[in-house]
Ligand binder design. Structure first.
Ligand SMILES: *Cc1c(COP(=O)(O)O)cnc(C)c1O
Length: 390
């Protein structure tokens, strides 16, 4: 996809301005329902709830503008927008399994995907096997006759481990298995899973698409028949579509997505180089750094990487990491990412203090998200926090 095509999608596709006073910004059609003049028209609308404007739990004009743009960005036939990334995970998985089915998932997926696989689906007779997704053989070994879904997340949060999406898609197609890939890290600008043969691409639009830390949303893209299936077999029952106002915020976020990713990319590159030279930093993990263990695959299937970077700090005691985090003046300590503001989250926040083991590099991990601030502003904040570590 060329930058020209992306400009067209983000600025024009799906916008019929003559229908709304030639307003440049699309309208928020804040209505729950749509009225009909005749019974015949109403009856006809009921025949296809996936297409017609009846009730905003299903279809809404503001949401539909967004759906067109997000589908086009992913080279997809169709798209659904949900009220969170977790909703998108739930709906896409739930619509495609029944009792007795089996799922193969990459190990340690996003926490609420993991909880769905570990706690919720077993109550309905659906079991999950986790694999180290870095080798295709691990998928081959885990597949059973009852396997219905292969669930991927590439790159994964924290360690950015990749799966070879084309290889997994080819394997799954041969076995009649549906593939779902969480593409939140890359967005469609940096990776298009459907182009590599994946059936459903999924994103937390809370991250880069929204881009301003003020909206929760999730995106699914795929064939029209798959999207209609998810709509009718999970999404309408859960009632977890996006609201018109939140769809409008995502449309606004999309306008600047390429500019924001460019800015994040430049800043992240500078900070990765600087962190690699810092005496307090033992390792920098970033998929587009040549030291990354799957650098070649990253270069092959992704066209960019930015924002999220994990470091392993040299710290004997957990208190040093605590001091570092609490000394930061500009970089906020918070979950999520993809907004304007830079963030940090220490792995040790998920550990009981007595469990901290400095011999385990994972316990000394810090994950940064570098946002839209000036790179030197962030560097000096990091530097003074490193200095404060005892
Ligand atoms: C945040 C996140 C999700 C969940 O999205 P929400 O919008 O927070 O529900 C799913 N996958 C990944 C990789 C995420 O980072």
């Amino acid at each position: 996809m060329t930058p020209q095509e992306i400009s067209y999608i983000l600025n024009e596709l799906g916008e019929d301005r003559e229908d709304y006073f030639n307003a440049v910004a699309p309208p928020i059609i804040q209505t729950s329902n749509f009225a009909f003049r005749t019974v015949a028209e109403l009856r006809q609308a009921f025949e296809d709830e996936y297409k017609n404007l009846i009730y905003s739990k299903g279809m809404n004009p503001t949401v539909n503008i967004l759906r067109k743009k997000l589908a086009a960005l992913d080279n997809a036939e169709d798209c659904l927008v949900l009220n969170s990334g977790s909703s998108a995970i739930f709906a896409s998985v739930f619509a495609n399994v029944q009792s007795g089915d089996h799922i193969v998932s990459v190990n340690r997926p996003y926490s609420w995907a993991k909880r769905l696989f570990d706690e919720v689906l077993p109550r309905f007779g659906v079991a999950t096997t986790y694999v180290d997704g870095r080798e295709i053989e691990s998928f081959e070994r885990a597949i059973l006759p009852s396997t219905k879904i292969i669930y991927l997340e590439s790159p994964k949060r924290w360690d950015y481990a990749l799966q070879d999406l084309r290889a997994v898609a080819d394997l799954a197609k041969a076995e009649g298995i549906i593939t779902i890939c969480d593409n939140s890290y890359c967005t469609p600008l940096f990776q298009r899973p459907l182009d590599l043969g994946i059936d459903i691409s999924l994103q937390s639009a809370t991250k880069y698409i929204g881009g301003h830390s003020d909206v929760l949303a999730g995106v699914l893209t795929g064939t029209r028949s798959m999207m209609a299936h998810v709509f009718a077999n999970a999404m309408q029952n859960a009632g977890n579509g996006i609201s018109p106002f939140n769809a409008w915020l995502l449309l606004r976020g999309l306008r600047t997505l390429p500019a924001r990713l460019d800015r994040c990319t430049a800043t992240t590159r500078q900070l990765v180089d600087w962190l690699k030279g810092h005496p307090k930093v033992e390792q920098v993990i970033f998929p587009f750094d040549p030291s990354f263990s799957q650098y070649e695959l990253a270069q092959k299937q992704m066209s960019g990487a930015c924002g999220l970077v994990t470091i392993v700090v040299r710290a004997k005691k957990m208190e040093e990491i605590v001091t570092f985090c609490e000394s930061l003046r500009h970089i906020l300590m918070a979950v999520s990412w993809g907004g304007h503001e830079s963030l940090v989250i220490p792995r040790c926040a998920s550990l009981q203090p007595e469990a901290y083991d400095s011999a385990d590099p994972e316990h000394r991990m810090l994950r940064f998200y570098f946002g839209l601030e000036d790179a030197d502003y962030l560097k000096s904040d990091l530097d003074q926090a490193f200095m404060a570590m005892v």
